[in-house]
Write a new protein. Sequence first.
Length: 281
Amino acid sequence: MSTITVAAAQIRCVAGDIRANMELHIEAIEQARQNGASLVVFPELSLTDYLSTPDISVLGRTISADEIATIASRTGAIAVSFGFIERAADGHSYNTQALLSCGQLLHLHRKINIPTYGLLQEGKFYKQGGELSLASLEDDWKTATLICADSWSPALPWLVALQGANLLIQPIGSARGVVDGDYDNPTGWEVNLRHTAMTYSLPTIMVNHCGRRGGLDFWGGSRILDQNGFELARAGEDPALLIADIDMAKVEAARRNLPTIRDSAPAFVEAELSKYLASLT
């Protein structure tokens, strides 16, 4: 069984400065390479920073844009997951996380659960993604990507687990006070991440932004969790590069010991969902 070395790059992005953020990506990729990582993950919308009101016309990029090609050229054998505002061929803009390796595109995930509440106004700028799929890395590692609020839709982590994901890429853009009321983002993510990793025996690389800008206070707290939801590495509120090893044999053993995926009865869920949808008509 294989072990994969993964990295979480918690960078302090520069709001709206793609060139400066690209350089931060290149520096972190090289640091991850020096630490033997096979995969390095950056936060949600890391190429532009997470912006409450992004200028889509200025900051949107196609997947073939020069800045993305530059990052691709620096990947080498490392797989690199980073976020950007995608200006797609269908004319829409998406909150997208790309996965590149060996200079090539491996996977694109367009955020599905687009929040528009509190200070979160993504629904005004981004179209909802319409696909949930996996990407293959070395030695039978299969990655799923869920961007921030995607993980708060209970069906999405379950669906990627059913598809056979054994590694979860979880880029987020979480700041204090963006949800109304007494909701506490750091505590919410603590519960959410551990629940998903433990329930589905799904090692998770969560990467958040850090620093204050644009009225947002990003709390950092990036972390790498193992197949039982235990932390292998955790960042504070400053820029950091986390490194950890994840062991396939331990993932498979955890899934034998707690066979949530095996016993999840998707046919039953489908039947109940059909009843619910029929009740709406």
